[in-house]
Every structure is written in structure tokens, then in C-alpha cells.
Design a protein around this ligand. Sequence first.
Ligand SMILES: [Zn+2]
Length: 452
Amino acid sequence: MLHLHDTALGRVAELPLRTPGHVSMYVCGPTVYDEPHLGHGRFTLVWDVVRRYLEWRGLQVRFVSNITDIDDKIIDRANREGRPAAEVAQQYEQAWYRAMDALGVRRPDADPHATAYVDDMVALIARLVDAGVAYATTDGVYFNAEQVPGYGLLARQSLESLRAGERVEVVEEKRSPIDFALWKNAKPGEPEWPSPWGPGRPGWHTECVVMALDLLGEDFDLHGGGIELAFPHHENERAQAVALGRPFARRWAHSGHVVAPGGEKMSKSLGNYTSLTDLLAKTDPRAYRLLVLQSHYRSPLEVGPATIERAERSLARFDELARRVELRGEAPAPPDPGALERFAELMDDDLSTPAAMALLFDLLTRANAALDRGEDETAGPAAAAVLEIGRAVGLEPRGPDLDIDDEAARLVDERDAARAARDYTRADVLRRELEARGWTVQDSTEGTRIHR
Ligand SMILES: [Zn+2]
């Protein structure tokens, strides 16, 4: 069974299932106020791999991930652009799913929207007020974190150090600097919902606790997210459930940050990708998945043109093997069972995907060598294991002869000829024509490359 590093325990532990054979997972989704960035791509890929792997192991997974469609950042953008907050949220939710679809991140089984859960959130806040752990102030309702046993579990810090870490708060009515807002009273012109404490909107931390409990039930198996959410977001989700005596997530797991090569902050001037949309426009989306897999999910991930290019070259070898096997036209051999067993061992060990990918490419080299020597008995099971492992983590082979039609191939050739003749105007026309036919067009050292 899968073992993951549990942030609350501070060590790797088995995922203990509430119901044998079933996995219930909640992953915090986006606040939809801007184009998705590379960090979004990474965490969605990590949890997509977990989901796919568990299913590959024969488990039934229920995967819930929310859309935060009401938030200060959405309101700020709406005000700046002079349009309704709902319109901003809708636009960036579409951008989100476009990018996720391109990445091959499967859509959640449920994607609850915060605005559809306001009544439930008001009810939960009212229960917290009744229980004496939340209190109303002039600007909203706050949660008294000091009263919750084990507060600081996910931050891995004591109450004292958390208090010391808080900046001087402008809200003087807060009883403790670590208290957080459950309900924010609306300012004039802001979107608002009715509540016993006046019109306003719910805080972000209440959203996830209400939706996770509603859609997955108490004591669900796994709560995931990016590491920046562990504190305060997940700490505060957990605190609300604990305060009401409701068992919440059994396990908490977090994925790491994205950094530019050399650990530098991502920025345009370094020649890096400015957003996930930008990266997807320039590369084979599978390259980002492979890059994510080749780094351990808890380590910082270096993303830059060089790492992406390396991943693309590896994918070319993967595609090439699939083509070689397919061209042989024989009935596929069953995958080498020893290789699949080893793969499962690696994945179960806190998702050791770098080792699992090393295994995949080692098998790939062995399959190619055996094919070269005409040793089909060795080549077949190794090649089949390569494709099976790829499938388990969401990597499917692609080949130009598999899905590029004659007309697109002709346009690609014509565009390469135009570029060789330095006729960039013509090359641009041909790029647009390919794009109009639904292809993503990239320039590489070997010429024009296209994919859907
Ligand atoms: Zn959340």
C-alpha cells in the first residue's frame, strides 16, 4: 500500500483507508483570479499521478478539488477592471481547466464552488460561535485558534512561535494574533451574502472544511495540496473540524515549490516560462509531467528551458520505442512482472517517482538493445513494462505517424522550407493555419514540431 510523508506526523506512514478498496482524496484547488502558474501545474500533476497510481493499483478513488470563486483577490481584480467578480472568476476558471486538460490532469470527480456553499459555511460558523470558539467583531467573525488542542500541528510549530511569527495585526478586536477570519463583513460594492452577523462573505479556510466534509464525509483518507497551504490554510481547516469534534483528514501530504534553475525565483528576465499557459504554448505538455515525475514531489522543482528540453528528448525516446514495437505488428507481450512489482515498490515508498522513471528509462534502453539484437523474448516484456508504467503515471506515447494527418504534415514541411529560406512572414501564416486546425506549434532545433 502507498506510504506518504504525513506533514502532521512529520514522517512517512502508510495511507490507512477508511473503507478497504476505496480512497477519498481532497486537494485544494485554485482561487480563480489569474492565469495558472507553473506551481499550479506541478501540484495538480503530483496529485493526478497519485490518483492514477492508486487506480492502477485497483483502488477506487474519489477525488474532490474545489474552485475558490469568491475571494479578496478576485474582488480586487474585478474592481480594477470595472466588471463583476463572478465574470472574473468564470474567465479564470475556464483558463484553469484549459491548462489542466492540456496537461492531461484528469478533472476531479467533484469540483465544488465556494459560492454554492455559502449557506453551509454560515451554518458551520454559527456552530463554532455557539461552541464558544468563534466570536463576532465589527469587521467579521474570528476563530479563536488558541482553544484548539494541537493547533500548530501542520505548521510543526508551537503556539508561542506562531504568535511571535505574526506581524502586528491591524484588527485590534482579535483576541489572539493567530486568530483567523471565518466571515468577512462586506464593504460597499462588494459581493455579499446574508448572515446572522451582517452581510458579507465566508473566509477561505471555512470553504474547504465544509466542502470536504460534505463530499467525502468525516475521517476521509487524504488531504493534499502545495506546501505553502500547510500553514495557515490547512491548519485552520483542521482547527475548525477539531473544534466541532468532527474527524477530518486521516493523512496530510504536501508537494514542493517550483523554482528556476539554480534555485532562483522565476522571472521573465531569466528566459523562463512566465505562466503555465506560456509553457504549454511552447512545449509538449507531457514534458512538464515527466519533469514533475523526475523530481521527488516534496523537493523543489527546477523548471527552465534546459530541464524541459531534456524531458522532451526523453519523451522522444519513449515515443520511438512505442513506434518500434508497434511497427513489428505482433501481439503485444505481457509486461515483465518483476519490473511492475519494482515500480509499485518504488511508488509505495513515499512516491519515489524519480527512481520509478529511472526504472522506466532503464527498461527502455534494455528493450531497444534487445530489439537491435533481434531478441524478441527479452524486448517484448521490457517494452510492454515501459508502456504500462507510463500509463500508470499518465504518460502515453505519441508518434507523428499515429496522429498527424497528411495535410498537417505538408504544412509543417512547407513551414520548415519557409523558415530555411528566411521567409518569416510565410512561416507565420503557416503557423496560424496549423493553429487554426487545432495544433500547438513549437520551434525546435530540428524544425517545426506540432502536437494537439
Ligand atoms: Zn483548501
